[in-house]
Design a protein around this ligand. Structure first.
Ligand code: PEP
Ligand code: MN
Length: 341
C-alpha cells in the first residue's frame, strides 16, 4: 500500500469499559499493516450525542483514564469527540491531542464557536481538531466551522491543525459536499468516515476504495472488539481483523480527476433515482389494493392525462425535453399498471 494517507483513525463508536477499549486498541495496533502503524490514531467517544435519551449516552469523564492508559502503554494517540467547552478542557487536560467535532455539533455554529473560543486558553501547537460535515448537506456551514477553528490563536499564538471529516448525511455520501470543500479549501486534509456515511459494516469496504480513488487524506472507521455487543452503532462497526483486511486489500488508483468526482456523484444520484422509483411502485401497489377493494378499474385515463399535462408543463420550466419526459412517464405508468394487477 503506497498511497499517502496522513491519519487513519480507528476505534469504537463509544468507550464502554476499560477492557473493551484496551482490547480493541491492542488488536487494532497489532493487526494494521506495519507501514501505516505510525499513522494510526485510536478513537473512542466519551460524551455521545445520541438521538434517544434512553440509549447509552457515553461513559463520560470516567473513560478519560482508560484513554490515557492507551496513549501511555500502547504509544497510540487517542481522539475523542467534544461537544461542549467543559469536555474540551477536560480532554486536553487529560493529555488528548486529537479532538473531533461531530455532525450534530457541526450543525450549530454557536456551539462550534464556543468550542473554538475555548481553545484560546490552551497551547494549540500540538493539537489537531477534526470537523465533521453537519448532519444536513450544507457545505457552506462545514466550511464556516473550519474557518472558526483556523482563526483560533491559542495561548502561544498558534492555531490547531484542522482536518475535515466527510461522514455524509442520512447514510448517503453527498459527494457533492466533499467536492465543494476540496475546491474551496484544497489545503485542508480530508478524511472519509465510511461508518457513519453508510451505517452498514458491509458497505465500508467499498467506501474505503472510494476514499483511495478520490484521494482522501485518510479514514475514520468504527472498530469494536465485539461489534454485535456494541452499545451504540452496532450495525456499522468492524472487528479489528475485518478492518485490517480492508486496509490490506486497498491498492493504488489512478489520479482522481474532475470526472472521477462527477461519476461518483452520478452514481449517487442514480441510487437515489432508483430508490424513488421503487418507492413509487410501493405506493402504486397500495393504490392497486384500494382500487380492488372498491371495485374500480386499474387504468383511469383522465387521471393519467392530468398527470401528463402538469408534468410536461413542469418539464418545460426545468429545461427537460417533453418527448423524453413523456417516454419515461409512459414507462413508469406501465410498470405501475403491472404492480396494480
Ligand atoms: C461518532 O463519530 O461516533 C459520531 C457520533 O459521529 P457523527 O457525529 O458523524 O454522527
Ligand atoms: Mn458512532
Amino acid at each position: 500500500m503506497t498511497f499517502d494517507w496522513k491519519h487513519i483513525i480507528a476505534g469504537p463508536c463509544a468507550a464502554e469499559s476499560e477492557e473493551q477499549v484496551w482490547t480493541t486498541a491492542q488488536a487494532i495496533a497489532q493487526s494494521v499493516p506495519d507501514e501505516i502503524r505510525h499513522k494510526l490514531i485510536f478513537r473512542a467517544g466519551l460524551w455521545k450525542p445520541r438521538t434517544s435519551p434512553t440509549t447509552f449516552q457515553g461513559i463520560g469523564d470516567e473513560g478519560l483514564a482508560w484513554l490515557q492508559r492507551i496513549q501511555r502503554e500502547l504509544d497510540l494517540p487517542v481522539a475523542t469527540e467534544v461537544t461542549q467547552p467543559e469536555q474540551l478542557h477536560r480532554a486536553i487536560e487529560a493529555g488528548l491531542r486529537h479532538l473531533w467535532v461531530g455532525a450534530r455539533t457541526s450543525a450549530n455554529p454557536i456551539q462550534v464557536q464556543a468550542l473554538a473560543d475555548a481553545l484560546q486558553d490552551h497551547d494549540c501547537s500540538q493539537l489537531t481538531v477534526y470537523i465533521k460535515n453537519p448532519v444536513n448537506n450544507d457545505p457552506a456551514l462545514w466550511i464556516g466551522n473550519i474557518q472558526r477553528f483556523l482563526s483560533v490563536t491559542g495561548c502561544n499564538n498558534q492555531a490547531p491543525e484542522v482536518y475535515a471529516i466527510h461522514r455524509g448525511c442520512n447514510h448517503r455520501p453527498c459527494w457533492d459536499m466533499a467536492y465543494f470543500l476540496r475546491q474551496q479549501m484544497p489545503t485542508i486534509p480530508l478524511l472519509l468516515d465510511p461508518s457513519h456515511m453508510s451505517g452498514d459494516a458491509n458497505r465500508i469496504d467499498c467506501l474505503c476504495k472510494n476514499a483511495v480513488q478520490l484521494q482522501y487524506d485518510g479514514l475514520m472507521v468504527e472498530v469494536h472488539n465485539h461489534p454485535s455487543q456494541a452499545l451504540s452503532d452496532a450495525q456499522q462497526q468492524l472487528t479489528p481483523a475485518q478492518f485490517a483486511a480492508i486496509l490490506g486489500s486497498l491498492t493504488e488508483e489512478e489520479e482522481a480527476t474532475q470526472l472521477t468526482w462527477l461519476r461518483q456523484m452520478m452514481n449517487e444520484v442514480d441510487d437515489e433515482l432508483w430508490s424513488v422509483v421503487a418507492r413509487r411502485m410501493e405506493v402504486s401497489h397500495r393504490i392497486g389494493e384500494y382500487k380492488r377493494e372498491q371495485g374500480m378499474e386499474i387504468v383511469q385515463p383522465t387521471r393519467y392525462e392530468q398527470m401528463v399535462t402538469s408534468r410536461l408543463a413542469w418539464a418545460q420550466s426545468h429545461d427537460l425535453d417533453p418527448h423524453t419526459v413523456r417516454t419515461i412517464m409512459d414507462a413508469l405508468h406501465q410498470e405501475s399498471i403491472r404492480k396494480q394487477k
